[in-house]
Design a protein around this ligand. Structure first.
Ligand code: ARG
Length: 294
């Protein structure tokens, strides 16, 4: 495939439609469609499912991953040749990260990487139990994940431990847990992040031996999740980075100080000799070492 073809495939998958890919590439939508068709004819397989948004077929995922690798190597080469300044970002470094990391320790690492290497980012947010599937599909080249086992073609290393504390507001507790014994933890209002968030459910199981059966709110952004607990919508597990200031101020109370929940986070990245990806890995590890537990 030509570079132009590879870029076109990635643009279609990133942007979701042939039209949006055309805008990004400054060509017509029919040029985009012709290039994709030419690639499919050369491959003898369908690469793009014409859904809305467009998705890669299994073959398309393999080609897309190859395309992103070629692009990354091209960026590395241009840096080597000192063409930094005039490099026109073709596409950005796609990374996957969980919301709580993004909200607490991860963003400063991206800022450092942007400052040092001029890296441009396309961040995919997903639950830490699911970010590896974005690696597997070749959608991202690196991910913060709870999965230690390296995805094929990737390396995995421990970043550190994110500690969660079960908390609620004093007003919430005096209404729903007046005896202070957490006996009804499975039946009082809880805040979950989204339908993939198992932290509160696991905590209830361990604490009461029962499945949660009470009302639950779903608040799917990290800072608002924390705020909703401070506001008394329900109880929930907050990263210590978000909880501690509120605990000190008395705006939150810890439900089980002896039983924090520790989530081990790993960095998985494509196993590809790339100074850009190495540089990103370095700053991510630094940020994690500064803000996560060992
Ligand atoms: N694991 C999800 C994420 O970080 C949501 C976490 C839910 N947060 C919580 N404190 N229960 O993207």
């Amino acid at each position: 495939y030509s570079l132009e073809h590879l870029r076109t495939l990635v643009a279609v998958l990133d942007e979701g439609t042939f039209d949006a890919a055309a805008v990004r590439l400054h060509v017509t939508a029919s040029a985009v469609s012709q290039r994709i068709k030419a690639m499919e004819e050369a491959t003898g397989q369908l690469l793009v499912q014409r859904t809305n948004p467009a998705r890669a077929t299994a073959a398309g995922e393999s080609v897309a991953r190859y395309a992103r690798e070629v692009d990354l190597l091209g960026k590395d080469l241009r840096r080597d040749l000192g063409e930094d300044g005039q490099e026109q970002a073709t596409y950005s470094i796609a990374v996957a990260v969980n919301a709580d990391s993004l909200a607490t320790w991860f963003l400063p690492a991206l800022a450092t990487a942007h400052e040092r290497f001029g890296a441009i980012f396309d961040v995919h947010r997903d639950d830490e139990e699911y970010t590896v599937s974005l690696l597997r599909s070749g959608t991202v080249m690196a991910a913060v994940t709870a999965a230690e086992q390296a995805v094929q073609g990737c390396t995995s290393s421990l970043l550190g431990v994110m500690r969660y504390k079960a908390v609620a507001s004093p007003a919430f507790l005096s209404r729903w847990n007046p005896r202070g014994d957490l006996a009804d933890l499975d039946r009082i209002p809880v805040v979950d992040f989204d339908r993939k968030d198992e932290l509160q459910r696991d905590f209830v199981r361990t604490a009461t031996g029962r499945e949660p059966s009470g009302p639950r709110h779903l608040i799917p952004t990290s800072a608002d999740f924390a705020r909703s607990i401070v506001l008394g919508l329900g109880w929930g597990l907050l990263p210590e980075q978000q909880a501690d200031a509120h605990l000190r101020a008395g705006a939150l109370v810890e439900l089980a100080p002896k039983h924090p929940v520790d989530v081990r986070l790993y960095w998985q990245r494509w196993n590809l000799a790339s100074p850009l990806l190495d540089g990103l890995t370095h700053v991510v590890r630094e940020a994690a070492a500064a803000r996560l537990r060992r």
